[in-house]
Design a protein around this ligand. Structure first.
Ligand code: ADP
Ligand code: MG
Length: 469
C-alpha cells in the first residue's frame, strides 16, 4: 500500500460503507470524516467532534468501519483520531445539518456483539490540537528576578504535570509581562517530554464563547466531556470568566481534572485574591496550588531582553543604544519588543543605521504623560490621534470596523492603565454597559496574542502612554 494515497483509500472505504449502511447514517457519521494520512497501515482520520468519535467507536458503526478498513488496508490496520480544536466556537461541536440530530441509528443491535474491536490498548488513540505557538518556548523566555519563581515552577510543572505541588499553577501579572508566553512554554515542554499527554491551551475568552454556544445548542455534556479528557489544561486570562454559567462549568471541569491527577495552569492579570466578579469557591480553588507573579523586568533583564530580541530580528544594537532603551523603556516586555520592531522598521525603510540618535527619536515620539495622571480622556485622545479619528466618532454608535477596533483598544488601555471601573469606562465610551467593556478587553487581549498588527498598535500606544520615567 502506498504512503500518500490516504485520500484514494478512504474513498474506497466510503464506497463500501455507503453500500452497507442507510444513507442517513452514511451522511451523518462517515461523510464528515477526513482522511489525514496513511502510513504502515496506520490510518489517521479527523472527526468533527469528540461526540462523533465516540459514536464511531460504538456498535454498530465500529463493526462496519473495522471490517471495511481491514478489507481495504489490511488486517493490521490501526486507526487514530484527531479532533480539530474549534478555534471559534461557531461549529462547536460539529453538527451535520443534513440529518436530524439524535435520530436512533436504524441498525439491529446485538448486545452480545457489543464489543468494540478497536478498544485494544494501543490501537485507537485520540489526539487534540494543543493550540500552542512554537515561538513561545522556554528557550525564548528570558529569565530574570522578575519571573524566576514563575519560570522555575513552570519548568517543574512541565516535568511532572499533575504530580507536583503547583496544581493549579496560577501565573499573574500585568499586561505584556509574559503570561501567555510562559504558560505556552509549559505546554510545549510537556509535549516534548511527555508526547502522549493531551495538552490544550485556550484563552478564557474562547472557553467562554464555546461554553455559551454549547449551552445554546444543548451540548454542555459534550463540552464538558471534551475538556475532561485533557491532561494539561492551560487557560489564559481567567479574569475574563465573568459569567456564572462559565464559572460553574469551569468549576466542575476543574474539580474533575484535579481528582484525576491532571494539571491545570491558569493566568490572570490579578492575584486570586484580587480577582473581581469571580465566585469565592473558584478563587479558593485557584489558591490550592501556587500563585506566582510576573513583575516588570528590572534594568538587567531589560538589557538581556533587548539583546536577545534584536539578535532574533537580525539587528545589532550598540551597547550605548541598549543602555539608552533599557533606561527609558521600563514598562513591559511587549513595549521593549515593540520598540525593537519600530527601530527595525525605521532602519529598513529609511536605510538608517540604528544610532543613539535614532533610538532617541523613536523614544521621543512618546508623548510625555505622567502615568499618575492618566485618565480616560487622555488615553482616548492619544488613541484618537494615533488612529486619526475624532473623539466624537470613537464614542459614536458606528459599527465601522476600524472605529470599533479603536474603541475596544481604548477600553482595554483604560482598564489596564487606570483604576476606572468597568461601568464608568462604559458610560464614558458612548453609554456601554460593563459587559460590553469586559468583552472589548477580552477581545483585544485575544487579538494581541493572534494578530501582529493589533499587537503593534497596543504596544505603540502603551509606550506613548507609559513612557520611561
Ligand atoms: P501577557 O500575556 O502577560 O500579556 P505575553 O506573554 O503576550 O504577555 O508577552 C508579551 C510579549 O513579550 C510576547 O511577545 C513575549 O514573547 C514577550 N515576552 C514576555 N516575557 C518575556 C521573557 N521573559 N523573555 C522573552 N520574551 C518575553
Ligand atoms: Mg496574554
Amino acid at each position: 500500500m502506498g504512503e500518500s494515497n490516504h485520500i484514494e483509500v478512504w474513498k474506497r472505504c466510503l464506497q463500501i460503507i455507503k453500500n452497507n449502511v442507510p444513507d442517513a447514517v452514511y451522511l451523518k457519521w462517515f461523510e464528515p470524516v477526513k482522511p489525514i494520512s496513511l502510513e504502515d497501515q496506520l490510518l489517521k482520520i479527523e472527526v468533527p467532534s469528540d461526540a462523533h468519535m465516540r459514536q464511531l467507536e460504538e456498535m454498530p458503526l465500529i463493526d462496519i468501519l473495522a471490517k471495511t478498513l481491514k478489507r481495504v488496508i489490511g488486517n493490521d490496520v490501526k486507526l487514530e483520531y484527531t479532533i480539530r480544536f474549534p478555534r471559534t466556537s461557531v461549529n462547536y461541536p460539529h453538527q451535520n445539518t443534513q440529518v436530524a440530530s439524535n435520530r436512533p441509528i436504524p441498525f439491529p443491535r446485538n448486545d452480545k456483539e457489543n464489543i468494540n474491536p478497536f478498544v485494544i490498548p494501543g490501537i485507537q488513540k485520540l489526539t487534540i490540537e494543543p493550540n500552542l505557538n512554537p515561538k513561545y518556548s522556554f528557550d525564548n523566555f528570558i529569565e530574570g528576578v522578575c519571573n524566576r519563581l514563575a519560570r522555575t515552577a513552570g519548568v517543574q510543572v512541565a516535568q511532572s504535570p499533575g504530580n507536583n505541588p503547583f496544581n493549579p499553577l496560577f501565573i499573574h501579572g500585568g499586561s505584556g509581562l509574559g503570561k501567555t508566553h510562559l504558560s505556552q512554554a509549559i505546554g510545549l515542554r510537556v509535549k516534548e517530554l511527555h508526547p502522549e499527554k493531551i495538552v490544550l491551551y485556550v484563552s478564557a475568552h474562547t472557553f467562554k464563547t464555546q461554553f455559551q454556544n454549547a449551552a445554546v445548542g444543548n451540548k454542555i455534556p459534550d463540552f464538558t466531556h471534551f475538556y475532561e479528557q485533557i491532561d494539561v489544561l492551560i487557560i489564559d486570562d481567567v479574569q475574563f470568566f465573568n459569567t456564572a454559567g462559565t464559572q460553574n462549568a469551569f468549576f466542575h471541569i476543574f474539580n474533575y481534572l484535579q481528582q484525576a491527577g491532571k494539571q491545570v495552569i491558569l493566568t490572570s492579570d490579578a492575584a486570586p485574591g484580587n480577582l473581581q466578579g469571580i465566585e469565592t469557591r473558584l478563587v479558593q480553588r485557584f489558591r490550592w496550588g501556587l500563585s506566582a507573579e510576573l513583575l516588570p523586568p528590572n534594568y538587567e533583564t531589560r538589557v538581556k531582553i533587548l539583546k536577545a530580541k534584536s539578535a532574533n530580528e537580525g539587528i545589532v544594537l550598540s551597547d550605548e543604544v541598549v543602555d539608552y532603551l533599557a533606561t527609558k523603556i521600563t514598562g513591559s516586555v511587549r513595549e521593549l519588543e515593540g520598540t525593537i520592531l519600530t527601530l527595525l522598521a525605521h532602519s529598513t525603510l529609511n536605510r538608517e543605521d540604528i544610532t543613539l540618535e535614532l533610538a532617541k527619536k523613536v523614544t521621543k515620539q512618546i508623548v510625555n504623560i505622567d502615568s499618575s495622571e492618566l485618565s480616560l480622556d487622555k488615553i482616548r485622545s492619544v488613541v484618537c490621534d494615533y488612529f486619526k479619528i475624532t473623539p466624537e466618532t470613537i464614542v459614536s454608535k458606528t459599527r465601522k470596523r476600524e472605529i470599533v477596533q479603536a474603541r475596544q483598544i481604548t477600553m482595554y488601555l483604560v482598564r489596564n492603565l487606570t483604576k476606572a471601573s468597568l461601568a464608568s469606562i462604559g458610560s464614558q465610551m458612548g453609554g456601554k454597559d460593563h459587559a460590553t467593556v469586559l468583552h472589548a478587553c477580552s477581545t483585544v487581549s485575544d487579538l494581541i496574542d493572534t494578530d501582529k498588527t493589533i499587537r503593534r498598535y497596543v504596544s505603540d500606544l502603551e509606550r506613548q502612554l507609559r513612557p520611561g520615567k
